[in-house]
Design a binder for this molecule. Structure first.
Ligand code: ZN
Length: 348
């Protein structure tokens, strides 16, 4: 999840300051073709981008309406998906025109033209993760999640169609949504938490080379001297793969530093590989976490809280199913690993 916070403190709903005890979550979508968060969330924090009409909801009555939700999900200026918390979760929102306002945390998914499956999948997954986060925080589960149109059928919301005018176009429904939340809650409840997390999984001295898996060093603020700030989730949630070290045969120098291109990212939890941030980054801001994919000796990795052999294999070997290779390299006879344990990672 890529959760940010920008409270809409100028909105009359925020200023009313009424609180609720959250009993559920209501999922909305905006009903307008504009996938950009900046349409609703502002002012620009450097990630959202500027709203040229300045008609975001951080105003007393947006578009003349008494309306506010607890979060929005949609596009940042750079096209990546984010969730923005816009009200404290226990504030009473104005989102459904019924008694659901007194009981439900609400968020809006920014609609596009409703035909883009890639955008849909990304906001759908972000919404699942946001619900998992909120369920854990408020002791809720998937059965407490409804959409606006379901709220209407229950008599606690006005007659709106969201989100069931959209989800089925992409093979999803509120039932698949609840099932996904249920599964994620079960998976996150499974591993026993262990103390003493390891802060920096770097292997000093390893080469920054094409194919290397790297992490931003602690304390990094910019991609290179003079660049925009690196969003915190880029540092905290992901490893990155170096996909290019030169351009037209020459080193790429930005802000006086030799940079490499981070074209893929790998989720620290679970090891899923995703499209990268595609940004040239100062080599000195990066530390290698695994061996380069070509050549080199085997690397080591210090187990962090929540790691699994499957996830480590997915991150370093490209497939969770290759975890027996890590077992073999370390003489492990079971799949039990401990926080702080140093594992040899075979070269790919
Ligand atoms: Zn709605």
């Amino acid at each position: 999840m890529n959760l940010h916070k920008l409270l809409l403190t100028n909105n009359a709903c925020y200023k009313a300051g009424r609180t609720i005890t959250p009993k559920g979550i209501m999922v909305h979508s905006t009903g307008a073709n504009n996938p950009n968060l900046k349409r609703y969330v502002g002012p620009d924090d450097g990630l959202l981008g500027k709203n040229p009409n300045n008609n975001h909801w951080n105003t007393d009555t947006p578009d003349g309406r008494q309306v506010c939700v607890h979060a929005f999900i949609g596009n940042l200026a750079d096209g990546t998906i984010a969730a923005y918390q816009t009200l404290p979760w226990n504030y009473r929102g104005w989102h459904c025109g019924g008694s659901g306002n007194d009981t439900h945390i609400s968020f809006e998914i920014c609609e596009d033209a409703l035909t883009d499956g890639d955008y849909f999948n990304r906001v759908y997954n972000e919404a699942v993760e946001l619900c998992v986060y909120l369920c854990k925080q408020y002791g809720l589960n998937e059965s407490n999640i409804i959409c606006h149109s379901e709220g209407y059928k229950l008599g606690i919301a006005s007659n709106h169609a969201d989100v069931m005018h959209w989800f089925p176009k992409h093979g999803k429904s509120m039932d698949t949504f609840r099932a996904a939340v249920k599964q994620a809650l079960a998976e996150s409840a499974a591993p026993a938490p262990q103390p003493t997390p390891d802060p920096e999984p770097a292997t000093p001295g390893a080469n920054i080379a094409e194919g290397a898996l790297v992490a931003f060093k602690n304390g990094t603020t910019n991609y290179y001297p003079g660049s925009v700030n690196v969003p915190s989730w880029v540092i905290s949630d992901y490893y990155h793969k170096i996909t290019q070290v030169t351009s037209s045969g020459k080193p790429v120098v930005k802000g006086g530093k030799v940079c490499v291109l981070l074209g893929k990212k790998v989720k620290k939890s679970g090891g899923a590989e995703e499209a990268g941030i595609n940004t040239w980054v100062d080599m000195d801001a990066l530390a290698v976490v695994g061996a380069p994919s070509t050549g080199g000796n085997s690397a080591t990795y210090t187990v962090k809280q929540g790691d699994t052999l499957w996830g480590i294999a997915a991150t370093f070997l490209g497939s969770g199913a290759r975890y027996p290779e890590i077992q073999a390299a370390n003489g492990l006879t079971s799949d039990v690993i401990k926080t702080g344990q140093v594992l040899k990672i075979p070269t790919k």
